[in-house]
Design a protein around this ligand. Structure first.
Ligand code: 99T
Length: 209
């Protein structure tokens, strides 16, 4: 086992950090990264994280030379250049843009879910804005419907950047919005998610119960 040369600011509740951990697992790089558990929200920043990522968001990855890479998409892109196996992000061609677009939609779903989380968990109830919450919920529903109707075959073909991102997003919905019942309207996505959830990389990165 090698000594970790990189440090990852992460939290087990973060689906963005989970994507990084899944990719590390899938590409055999877990032992290269030391995990630094970090608790952060828009109203409770972390000073050490702010120094490494001025946006105050995790994940952030400190490299051996002290440079820091942040935003999960950039970290995934970097780590995918650091192993010798098949790339999990196609390097070129139409596949690259398609897989990144699917991944980006999954991240947008996550952004909406996180905005709902912050609005409901952090803002006082009398300040909740229903129109805001409803429109975030609709973004989630439209994205789920898109994956259900247009992307099942593609997601099933490779466990890559697109599949990792969608799997992390669905895991987050189950974690933070367990009453959403998305499986009812998305049976194919539900089957796909049940299957990929068996992967060791998914099992070992499940959000806390
Ligand atoms: O917004 C903040 O100040 C702190 N929030 C975060 O750091 C969240 C943690 S998920 N991370 C992001 O928003 C990263 C988004 C970025 N585009 C990326 O890395 O892809 C916390 C989830 C939860 O606790 O429910």
């Amino acid at each position: 086992m090698s000594v970790p040369s990189m440090t990852l600011f992460y939290n087990p509740a973060s689906p963005f950090a989970r994507k990084v951990l899944i990719l590390l697992h899938e590409t055999g790089q877990l032992d290269r990264v030391a995990l630094l558990p970090t608790q952060v929200s828009p109203v409770s920043p972390d000073a050490a994280l702010n120094q490494d990522n001025p946006a105050g968001k995790l994940p952030a990855l400190r490299l051996a030379d002290g440079n820091v890479i942040h935003d999960s998409r950039v970290i995934l892109e970097y780590l995918d250049t650091q192993h010798v196996g098949n790339p999990l992000i196609p390097r070129e061609g139409s596949a690259r843009w398609r897989r990144l677009t699917l991944a980006s939609l999954a991240d947008a779903l996550l952004d909406a879910a996180l905005l709902i989380r912050y609005e409901t968990a952090l803002r006082p109830p009398e300040k909740h804005w229903d129109l805001w919450l409803d429109n975030q919920a609709e973004k989630i529903q439209r994205s789920l419907a898109y994956f259900e109707q247009n992307a099942i075959a593609e997601l099933s073909s490779h466990f890559d950047i697109a599949a990792i991102s969608v799997a992390a997003a669905l895991g987050y919905l189950d974690f933070r919005q367990p009453d959403l019942d998305w499986r009812n309207s998305c049976p194919h996505l539900a089957n796909w998610f049940a299957e990929v959830s068996q992967r060791p990389s998914m099992q070992s990165t499940r959000p806390p119960a």
